[in-house]
Design a protein around this ligand. Structure first.
Ligand code: CNA
Length: 303
């Protein structure tokens, strides 16, 4: 009891000293050319181990709605599934009783069907090709990072993937291609134990893949954190952002300010549309032509 009280008091004192330490221009962000120039020369000349965090905003330019944007967000458009509440579509208890809403959504989202990676995905691939990408952590389940050619060992799909599939009862792995064909034909794949098989998308009530915890090592080793298109509202994913040491620069590329961005001395923000920001950044780094070429070559080949 005494120990708990002491912990509460010291926690409160810590929080106060952090607040006092904040620079007066807290939450200062800009799209100024100085910001882009400073970050771009750092990326070009110094960075060797960049960690990228991504969310639904990375894929909206590919045509996949995010969850929360009013009017266009996925949660706003789920009425057709007759769900008791929007998050039920990713709720494992709900899935056991009624798998069809997820099956219908999965038909839409299955990688390689309808949606293609955009310029921002190829920017991350370029970071990899330049030997500067330590790891990409994504919340997205659309598989567009893989489709853009970011290799599996550089990629942590923290909220799961359509790339593998398993039984929700016995855990047995199933051939993802067969599961895909069953789902595309509008059915649920059944395991030999009679349990439902689903792609390894992480539902509410399920564990994140063990690889996610690699971020404890990666955040200590990184020289720059780039955050792309996320509200940083979903935990534990969002915590990666704060696990990076305070003297490691962080760059947010998003429509609005999110998470703890703006509270650190080495925070940078490019506020606005992700594609426009990436284009400007690539231009200042001197990679504009190379990025366009990579994007055009890969997308022409695969369309
Ligand atoms: P979110 O909470 O919907 O936030 C998205 C963020 O991106 C918001 O801050 C938007 O303002 C911003 N944004 C959207 N479009 C753009 C753009 N064009 N340029 C710049 N910024 C933009 O989504 P999060 O990823 O933060 O939330 C995590 C959820 C969403 C995870 O569980 C995901 O699995 C889930 N999700 C994934 C997908 C996908 O796989 N593509 C789609 C929808 C939701």
């Amino acid at each position: 009891m005494v120990l708990t009280a002491l912990r509460l008091i010291t926690g409160f004192i810590d929080a106060c000293s952090v607040l006092k330490c904040r620079p007066p221009n807290i939450r200062n962000y800009s799209t100024s050319s100085e910001t882009i120039k400073a970050v771009s020369s750092y990326i070009r000349d110094k960075c060797e181990s960049i960690v990228v965090m991504a969310g639904a905003g990375l894929s909206t330019p590919s045509g996949i709605p995010d969850f929360r944007s009013p009017g266009t967000g996925l949660y706003h458009n789920l009425q057709k599934y007759n769900l008791p509440y929007p998050e039920a579509i990713f709720d494992i208890q709900y899935f056991v009783n009624n798998p069809m809403p997820f099956i219908t959504l999965a038909q839409e989202l299955y990688p390689g069907q309808k949606y293609r990676p955009n310029l921002a995905h190829y920017f991350v691939r370029l970071l990899h090709e330049k030997g500067k990408l330590l790891r990409m952590y994504t919340q997205n389940i659309d598989g567009l990072e893989r489709l853009s050619g970011i290799p599996g060992d550089k990629l942590i799909e923290a909220h799961g993937t359509f790339h593998s599939a398993s039984c929700i009862v016995c855990g047995d792995e199933h051939d993802p291609e067969i599961v895909k064909q069953t789902i595309l034909s509008g059915k649920v794949h059944l395991c030999h134990c009679k349990g439902y098989v689903k792609p390894d998308i992480v539902f509410f009530g399920e564990q994140l893949p063990a690889k996610f915890w690699l971020h404890n090592l990666d955040t200590a080793d990184t020289d720059l954190l780039i955050v792309l298109g996320t509200s940083l509202e979903v935990q534990p994913f969002a915590s990666i952002c704060d696990a990076v040491p305070r003297n490691t620069p962080r760059l947010l590329i998003n429509r609005e300010l999110v998470g703890s961005f703006g509270y650190r001395d080495f925070d940078n923000m490019l506020v606005g549309d992700i594609i426009e920001s990436i284009r400007n950044l690539a231009k200042d780094i001197g990679w504009e032509e190379e990025l366009s070429k990579l994007y055009e070559t890969c997308e022409k080949r695969s369309t």
